[in-house]
Design a protein around this ligand. Structure first.
Ligand code: BMA
Length: 387
């Protein structure tokens, strides 16, 4: 009886799905930003890009040296994704990890020109107390409209918009994946669970997007949502649990996850085998949610501090993904920053994990800078094909 209706619904779902899959939430997104999203879909169905936080800014034993990168000096090529952070406070000379904003702009441009992708996170200070992101003093209500610190927050957004505007070449605004208010299901940031209500968090995310897009006319961003795996269930309630604080399909392009707990951390509750299973499950989960919503999934942060397992890149990251690549579609995997010999997540020259990192790079499933072609032109993102 409902046969025709079902067919019609199915057609609409398929059409709607494929259309939304191609379109950023910002209906006025620049052509290159639109193309990037289409390409991210394509990339995620083939393999995944390797990303590194602050890659060009510093590494183990060096800082702001022309053309350097620990990833390049070990794998032979820059990462395909370059992560940056615009905290603690815009308007200062440098960010919270001492990266000068003027340099960051230059490196963002360089990453763009080499055919790679930039993503920004935001460890904004707690504006209520004037201290850092890890100060849990409730602040979200204060910075939302009507709150005592709202104008200070708007000032930060204005400065952010200014910075984003300046991330450009002569003719083009550089498309950027913006990933604000990350790991919000954890309780360690002032925007985290327990430090604000879910409704406040959603309002914060929505206000941020609406303000940049509608008030500041910023149209070269894709927006990423990225809960932390350590506070996520993986059982039958996983989907519902993942969507805690989700601001809605109109506010998110990238379904991300930050996962440090399933990738070899010692001292956690799970055995290495359980971690591996959970790692796979967490990536299947974001793949499913992204697929159902017509979005792109990504492992937005991960890493094993100090890369204390020399075969970490192939055994902990690559092989589990490869063994499940029919159920895992992620556009990138980004490891955190290389601050020093103990706090680093990518190898550096001479580190025991270098040979394995080179194997990881050589695999058809992984993409570094040398594998990227033109990610801002439709259908031309990659030089090598993965799956
Ligand atoms: C953390 C550490 C800190 C750093 C912060 C923001 O994971 O790396 O040292 O300040 O990220 O980048």
């Amino acid at each position: 009886m409902n046969y025709k209706k079902n067919i019609l619904n199915l057609t609409l779902i398929l059409l709607g799905g494929s259309l939304s899959a191609q379109t950023p939430i910002d209906k006025n997104a620049t052509k290159k930003t639109q193309n990037l999203l289409i390409n991210l879909h394509e990339i995620s169905s083939q393999g995944f890009m390797f990303g590194h936080q602050d890659d060009q800014a510093y590494g183990v034993g060096w800082k702001a040296e022309e053309g350097r990168s620990d990833v390049k000096e070990t794998a032979g090529s820059f990462p395909a994704v370059h992560g940056w952070d615009v905290g603690s406070r815009l308007g200062r000379e440098s960010n919270l990890d001492d990266v000068r904003f003027s340099n960051m702009k230059m490196w963002v441009k360089r990453a763009y020109k080499m055919g790679t992708i930039n993503t920004l996170s935001w460890h904004l200070d707690n504006l209520t107390t004037g201290t850092n992101s890890w100060d849990k003093t409730p602040s979200v209500a204060d910075i939302l409209p009507g709150g005592a610190k709202h104008s200070e927050f708007v000032e930060q957004l204005d400065l952010l918009a200014e910075m984003l505007e300046s991330m450009r070449t002569t003719f083009t605004k550089i498309p950027i994946v913006f990933r604000p208010w990350h790991e919000h299901n954890g309780d360690w940031f002032w925007w985290g669970k327990g430090n604000c209500t879910e409704a406040e968090y959603i309002a914060l995310f929505q206000f941020t997007v609406d303000y940049l897009k509608n008030e500041k006319n910023i149209h070269h961003l894709l927006y990423a949502f990225s809960p932390d795996r350590s506070r996520l269930r993986l059982d039958t309630l996983a989907r519902q649990n993942y969507l805690y604080g989700y601001p809605g399909d109109e506010y998110v392009d990238i379904i991300g996850i930050d996962n440090y707990g399933d990738v070899g951390r010692i001292g956690g509750p799970n055995t290495p085998e359980e971690q591996r299973e959970n790692f796979i499950e967490s990536l299947k989960l974001i793949t499913r949610i992204a697929e159902e919503k017509g979005k792109v999934a990504a492992l937005t942060e991960t890493g094993l501090e100090g890369v204390t397992r020399p075969d970490w890149f192939t055994e902990v990251i690559l092989n589990p993904i490869k063994a499940n690549d029919d159920e895992i579609d992620i556009a990138w995997v980004l490891v955190w920053r290389n601050a020093n010999t103990t706090h680093h997540y990518a190898p550096y020259a001479g580190h025991p994990s270098v040979p394995d990192f080179q194997k990881f790079d050589a695999d058809p499933l992984t993409y570094f800078e040398k594998d990227m072609d033109k990610p801002y032109k439709k259908g031309k993102a990659l030089r090598k094909s993965g799956k």
